[in-house]
Design a protein around this ligand. Structure first.
Ligand SMILES: [Fe+2]
Length: 418
């Protein structure tokens, strides 16, 4: 075993010599590692997804979210600039903003009525001069030293990101050329929000980070995909990793699909090949791009995914809510110039995903099965050798765990476990 101690752990952590083809189960349920992730990853050198630009279109609009477990406010100031700051009053630490979204000219903490502008600057202190010439803040108190803690903000294709790290390249450079180009393909157009929901899943956040990178499972666990030929492992497709392996794209082309005869004989699952949908309009779709890609999942490290299946375009964001709990948010998107029929198709296809969806309900369940399965086995290891042992793109096949290895490679480095 190569020792790679974190320094902050009472039990030293050692990554196995086999590298990212082995995943220590301890990573899913150790509270000290979870606490270290909050500092090294979410407060570290990453761009964290905050919200969609179209969620705060007007001056004064704000939205609250979290970066790791840190509560954050994203606000558009009266000049139209977007700012992000920790939702923690600089006085006693209370949440300043209690609503999920809204519009305001200033933000006031309910505890002692300290007031902040939409950039997070401290603008008002109740009873600053006391009463009747007595009490109040000392004369030398400087409000400029007590703003809400800021995050740096950057926006790309309508996605707003924030970081606590001082030295970070712009979000486009963080994504790298291939990833940025594919985000543009899906999102660089006037968008509208069709709806959103969230669900709490009972697993460590990294199990979902693996799950969205796990192209191997998609057509085995999700039999709806296979049965109705939306996404199958024997379709043309591949995996593209970012240069550093942190982010990925998995894609498939339904239009050029020719069934591999071995697939039908392989009996990998009980496919109901001749099943018909009672409501076939569920899968009504149109060809939206000329690259032939009809299904794609793209991840951005640490906790963002962009999904495009048929015409269902969605942003998924999964936020840690404790060692064994994650909140998964779905934002379903359409284009502003979609006609009514196109909007209907996108909304209908939204039924494939989500907590009660026809496809992705299984993910919420399977991640919990892993969480439960590894209980009491912190010294044991998971496997990720499908498709080889390398962290590299796989243009020919999605029967690979390359993207999972890429995630762990990035994770190890950022956590100091490499
Ligand atoms: Fe899945």
């Amino acid at each position: 075993m190569a020792m790679a101690t974190a320094g902050d752990l009472s039990q030293p952590f050692a990554w196995p010599d086999a590298g990212v083809t082995r995943i220590p189960y301890r990573l899913y349920d150790d509270p000290e590692i979870y606490a270290l992730e909050q500092r090294r990853i979410f407060r570290g050198p990453v761009w964290n997804y905050l919200c969609l630009d179209i969620e705060i279109p007007e001056p004064g609009d704000f939205k609250t979210t979290t970066v790791g477990e840190v509560p954050v406010i994203v606000a558009r100031d009266l000049d139209g600039q977007v700012h992000a700051m920790v939702n923690r009053c600089s006085h006693k630490g209370a949440l300043v903003c209690l609503r999920e979204r809204g519009n305001a000219r200033q933000l006031t903490c309910v505890y002692h009525s300290w007031t902040f502008d939409l950039q997070g600057r401290l603008k008002g202190i109740a009873f600053r001069n006391g009463t009747n010439g007595q009490g109040g803040m000392p004369a030398g108190f400087d409000p400029d030293q007590h703003r809400l803690e800021p995050l740096r903000v950057d926006t790309f294709c309508g996605l707003i990101f924030g970081t606590f790290a001082e030295e970070m390249p712009a979000i486009e450079a963080y994504l790298g050329q291939a990833m940025a180009q594919f985000v543009r393909r899906n999102l660089d157009r006037p968008l509208k929000l069709l709806g959103s929901h969230s669900q709490v899943i009972h697993n460590n956040w990294k199990l979902y980070a693996e799950n969205v990178r796990d192209s191997y499972h998609a057509t085995l666990l999700h039999t709806f995909y296979t049965t109705f030929k939306i996404n199958r492992l024997d379709m043309d497709g591949g995996i593209v990793l970012a240069d550093d392996g942190w982010h990925h794209i998995s894609y498939a082309k339904r239009a050029t699909f020719e069934e591999d005869p071995e697939y039908r004989q392989s009996k990998v699952h009980a496919v109901q090949y001749d099943s018909k949908l009672a409501g076939p309009r569920l899968l009504d779709a149109w060809e939206e791009f000329d690259d032939g890609i009809t299904h794609s999942i793209q991840t951005v490290f640490p906790n963002l995914a962009i999904q495009f299946t048929l015409n269902s375009l969605a942003v998924r964001f999964f936020a840690p809510r404790g060692v064994e709990q994650t909140e998964l948010f779905w934002f379903y998107l359409g284009c502003r110039d979609d006609d009514d029929e196109q909007t209907r198709m996108r909304v209908m296809q939204g039924n494939l995903t989500g907590a009660a969806g026809l496809v992705s309900l299984e993910d919420g369940c399977i991640n919990e099965f892993v969480q439960r399965g590894v209980r009491g086995s912190g010294d044991q290891l998971g496997l990720a050798e499908m498709g080889g042992r390398e962290v590299a793109s796989s243009e020919g096949s999605r029967a690979t765990e390359a993207a999972i290895r890429g995630f762990w490679d990035g994770y190890r480095r950022i956590m100091g476990f490499a």
